[in-house]
Design a binder for this molecule. Structure first.
Ligand code: IMP
Length: 442
C-alpha cells in the first residue's frame, strides 16, 4: 500500500497533468482534494488530447477509480459537460465518484466572483471567474450547499430559499444587479444532482476500505503552494489550502496515512493572474520561455508571466510541505539557452534574505539575486535516462537539488506521455518501521 500526495510547488501550471497521468497508471485511486474548476490539466495521449478541470486525469486508465473529494468545490454544470466530453472521447466514466460532502459552486458564486472582481478595480486578483472564492466563503460561513443537499428536493429548496434571500440582498442592494430566481436555480440544480447521482458516494468510506485493502492512492493537488490561502502571496492567492497537509482533510483520510509528499516544479517559473513574482521577466527571455513552453492558461487562455527558477520560493515550499522528492517538468524548454539563471536569494531594502516575506509590499520590493549556470543547447526531448542527459543539464539539476534540499525523482522532457526520466519510483511501497505501525485505523 502506498499513499502519495502530489502537489504543485510553484504558482500552479507546473505540468501536474502529465505527471499525475503517468503516476496514475500505478494507482488504484486518484483523488482530487481541493480547488474546483479553476484548475486545468492538459494530458497529451496517443489517442488525443484531453482537458481536465474537475475529473482526475486518472480516469484515462480503465482500472483506476477517481474521486472528487470533500475538499473540492464543484460546479455541477461544468462537471456534467466534462463527463459528457470524456464519454464522447470513448472514456468510461463510471469509475468517477464524488464526495457527498463536497460543496457546490452555485450561480450566485459565479456572479459574485465577477462583481467582486469588478469592484476591486486595479487591485483585482484576476480570479479565473469560476466562483471558487465565493463558494469557499460560504463553506466557511456555514451557508454552503453540499452535493448531498442537491438530492432531496424539499430540503434543498428550503436551504436554497434562505441562502438566496441573503445573496439577492447583496446582488441587488450592493451591486445593483437583478435578483436571481429561486425557481430557476432550484429546478436546474436539482436536475444536475439527479444527473450526477450515480457518481455521488461516501468517498471517505471508499478510501478507508482502500487503505485496509492495501490499495495505492494518489492524492492530486490543484493550483500550487504559492497560491495557498495561508502561505501564498496573500491576497493574490486562491481560496483553498493547496498544502500537502490539507490533502488528508480534503480527501477524507487520516493524516498519518500519507506515506510520501511530492512537489512538482517547472524547470523555470510561471504565474497567471495578478500578484508579485520576484523572478518575472518582461524582456526577450520571458517571451522565449512563454513561447517555447506554450505558457497560456488551460482554463482561461490567459498568457502566463515567465521567469527563471526561484529557489528561494522553491525551498520555502519544500520545507513547509516536507517534500520527500521533487519532480521537475519542462526541462526541454531550457534547451536553447546559452546560460540559465537561478534565483538563490532576494535583496530586500539592501538586506540579503533567503525566505519569502509575508507582506505584499516587501515581496514586491524583493529583487532576485541570480547565479548563472551554463546551458546545454541541445535537444533533450528524446532522452530516456538520467545518464544520457548532457553534463550541463545534470549540473543544473544538481544545483536545484542542493538549493531545494530535496532530491529530484523525475524529470519531464516533453508533453508526451512516457517522455519522463525516472530517477526514483515515487509510487514504490514505503519501508515501514515495524515499531511504529503507521495506520492508526488498524
Ligand atoms: P481563483 O482560484 O479563480 O479565485 O483565482 C485566484 C488566483 O489563483 C488567480 O490569480 C488565478 O489566476 C490563480 N489560479 C487559480 N487556479 C489556478 C490554476 O489552476 N493555475 C494557475 N493559477 C491559478
Amino acid at each position: 500500500m502506498t499513499v502519495v500526495a502530489i502537489m504543485g510547488a510553484q504558482w500552479g501550471d507546473e505540468g501536474k497533468g502529465k505527471i499525475v497521468d503517468e503516476l496514475a497508471m500505478k494507482a488504484n485511486f486518484v483523488v482530487r482534494y481541493q480547488g474546483g474548476s479553476n484548475a486545468g490539466h492538459r494530458v497529451v495521449h496517443d489517442t488525443g488530447e484531453f482537458a481536465f478541470h474537475l475529473v482526475p486525469s486518472g480516469i484515462l486508465y480503465p482500472n483506476t477509480s477517481c474521486i472528487i473529494g470533500n475538499g473540492v468545490v464543484i460546479d455541477p454544470k461544468g462537471l456534467i459537460s466534462e463527463i459528457e466530453l470524456l464519454q464522447e472521447q470513448g472514456i468510461d466514466t463510471s469509475r468517477l465518484y464524488i464526495s457527498e460532502r463536497a460543496h457546490v459552486v452555485m450561480p450566485y458564486h459565479f456572479l459574485l466572483d465577477r462583481l467582486e472582481e469588478e469592484a476591486r478595480g486595479a487591485d483585482k486578483i484576476d480570479s479565473t471567474q469560476r466562483g471558487i472564492g465565493p463558494a469557499y466563503v460560504d463553506k466557511h460561513a456555514r451557508t454552503g450547499i453540499r452535493m448531498a443537499d442537491l438530492l432531496n428536493v424539499d430540503t434543498f429548496r428550503a436551504k436554497l430559499s434562505q441562502i438566496l434571500q441573503q445573496k439577492n440582498r447583496m446582488i441587488t442592494q450592493i451591486y445593483g444587479q437583478p435578483p436571481l430566481s429561486l425557481e430557476e436555480i432550484h429546478g436546474t440544480y436539482f436536475r444536475y444532482g439527479q444527473q450526477l447521482l450515480p457518481h455521488i458516494a461516501d468517498t471517505q468510506k471508499m478510501l478507508h476500505d482502500a487503505l485496509f485493502e492495501n490499495k495505492t492512492i494518489l492524492l492530486e493537488g490543484a493550483q500550487g503552494a504559492l497560491l495557498d490561502i495561508d502561505f501564498g502571496t496573500y491576497p493574490f492567492v486562491t481560496s483553498s489550502s493547496t498544502m500537502a497537509a490539507h490533502a488528508a482533510v480534503g480527501a477524507g483520510l487520516p493524516p498519518r496515512s500519507i506515506d510520501r509528499v511530492i512537489g512538482i516544479y517547472k524547470a523555470y517559473i510561471t504565474r497567471v493572474g495578478s500578484g508579485p513574482m520576484p523572478t518575472g521577466l518582461f524582456e526577450a527571455v520571458g517571451h522565449e520561455l512563454r513561447d517555447r513552453g506554450h505558457e497560456y492558461g488551460t482554463t482561461t487562455g490567459r498568457e502566463r508571466r515567465c521567469g527563471w527558477f526561484d529557489a528561494v520560493a522553491g525551498r520555502f515550499v519544500a520545507q513547509l510541505n516536507g517534500l520527500d522528492a521533487a519532480i521537475l517538468t519542462k526541462l526541454d524548454v531550457l534547451d536553447t539557452f546559452l546560460t540559465i539563471k537561478i534565483c538563490t536569494a532576494y535583496s530586500l531594502h539592501g538586506k540579503i534574505i533567503h525566505s519569502l516575506p509575508a507582506t505584499l509590499s516587501d515581496l514586491a520590493a524583493c529583487e532576485p539575486l541570480y547565479e548563472e549556470v551554463e546551458g546545454w543547447q541541445c535537444d533533450t526531448t528524446g532522452i530516456q535516462s538520467y545518464d544520457e542527459l548532457p553534463y550541463a543539464a545534470k549540473n543544473y539539476l544538481n544545483r536545484l537539488e542542493e538549493l531545494l534540499e530535496t532530491p529530484i525523482a523525475m524529470i519531464s522532457v516533453s508533453p508526451q506521455r512516457g517522455k519522463t526520466i525516472q530517477v526514483q519510483d515515487v509510487m514504490a511501497p514505503p519501508e515501514h518501521d515495524a515499531r511504529y505501525p503507521r495506520n492508526i485505523m488498524r
